[in-house]
Ligand binder design. Structure first.
Ligand SMILES: NC(=O)c1ccc[n+]([C@@H]2O[C@H](COP(=O)([O-])OP(=O)(O)OC[C@H]3O[C@@H](n4cnc5c(N)ncnc54)[C@H](OP(=O)(O)O)[C@@H]3O)[C@@H](O)[C@H]2O)c1
Length: 286
């Protein structure tokens, strides 16, 4: 049987590298390469097929803009009628280091995976991987004790995530005054994505649903920042996109040991409320 995996935001960066990693990891894999722009998706497919001609039969482009309800629903209907079932979804599409506002960042990084899961879960048999960021736990660490408890509630529900988001909108920029520490919008969106991962895993014990950070990876998300400061990305510690796929692949095909957890780029479990360096002992949940 074919192992069918949808990867969103897969036309470049870590997403495109994940397409290649999935095809290399599993001979039986078919990847649905999600791209909000179909042309960019087709260009990515062509680049991958130029690398390995046998992949021509194993990559299908799926137009999907995760910030748009209609686009996500349309993609789900098209995939359902063509494939019936999917093994897994990698919610990789993300934005946020370009000065976007809170609503825009949440619309892609938090509500994006929620929209995709709402639409695709009925046809999913095995795994969800939410590509988050170490900025999430770092944001939580900067929050007040009450806010930390709110974001790491083991009885998390989507309604509780939305309550936090409503508070974040209501503070009108005074994040520190509301116990929301650094107020880093990207970190806030990824902390909410991690909380959503906990909530979704509680609701769907039949699936394995986890989040991870890819690590610090040189892509269009990060390299412009290095360029602006005139620093070479590699000297800032950024790694090539292929190295940002390790945790996602483990959560997709390996034995993560749990569901509703967050993993570091070394594919080891990490806490939701503080940064754990790759190579440090795994988080044991205590
Ligand atoms: N790079 C890092 O160091 C790093 C660290 C931690 C976490 N991450 C996470 O890793 C994921 C991939 O990021 P990346 O570094 O590979 O960045 P990237 O090269 O900028 O790729 C982001 C991808 O997301 C897509 N995207 C953006 N908005 C979308 C939307 N509304 N609907 C569908 N797709 C959309 C982009 O499509 P377009 O080409 O059309 O814009 C692109 O394909 C993100 O979730 C990011 O937050 C990255």
């Amino acid at each position: 049987m074919t192992t069918k995996v949808l990867i969103t935001g897969a036309n470049k960066g870590i997403g495109r590298a994940t397409v290649a990693a999935v095809l290399e990891a599993r001979d039986d894999a078919l990847v649905l390469l999600g791209s909000r722009d179909e042309g960019r998706g087709q260009a990515a497919r062509e680049a991958l097929v130029a690398r390995d001609a046998t992949w021509a039969e194993r990559i299908e482009v799926v137009p999907i803009d995760v910030s748009d309800e209609g686009s996500v629903r349309g993609a789900a209907e098209a995939v359902k009628s063509r494939h019936g079932q999917l093994y897994g979804v990698v919610n990789n599409a993300g934005i946020g280091l370009g000065g976007e506002d809170l609503q825009t960042i949440l619309g892609v990084n938090t509500y994006g995976p929620k929209r995709v899961c709402d639409a695709f879960l009925p046809m999913l048999t095995d795994r969800v991987v939410n590509v988050s960021s170490a900025s999430g736990p770092m944001f939580v660490a900067s929050c007040s004790d009450d806010r930390q408890a709110q974001l790491t509630d083991p009885d998390m529900t989507w309604e509780r995530v939305e309550a936090f988001i409503a508070d974040a909108h209501a503070v009108k920029g005074d994040f520190a005054g509301a116990g929301m520490g650094s107020g880093n919008l990207y970190g806030l969106s990824k902390a909410c994505l991690n909380a959503y991962t906990v909530a979704l895993a509680r609701k769907h014990p039949e699936l394995t649903i986890n989040a991870c950070t890819p690590g610090y990876i040189a892509t269009d998300l990060t390299v412009p920042r290095a360029e602006r400061s005139g620093v070479d990305p590699a000297s800032m510690g950024m790694k090539p996109p292929e190295e940002g796929t390790r945790a996602s692949l483990h959560l997709l095909f390996g034995e993560p040991g749990g569901s509703g957890w967050y993993f570091g780029s070394d594919a080891q479990r990490s806490p939701l409320d503080r940064y754990r360096s790759p190579g440090d002992p795994p988080f044991r949940g205590d």
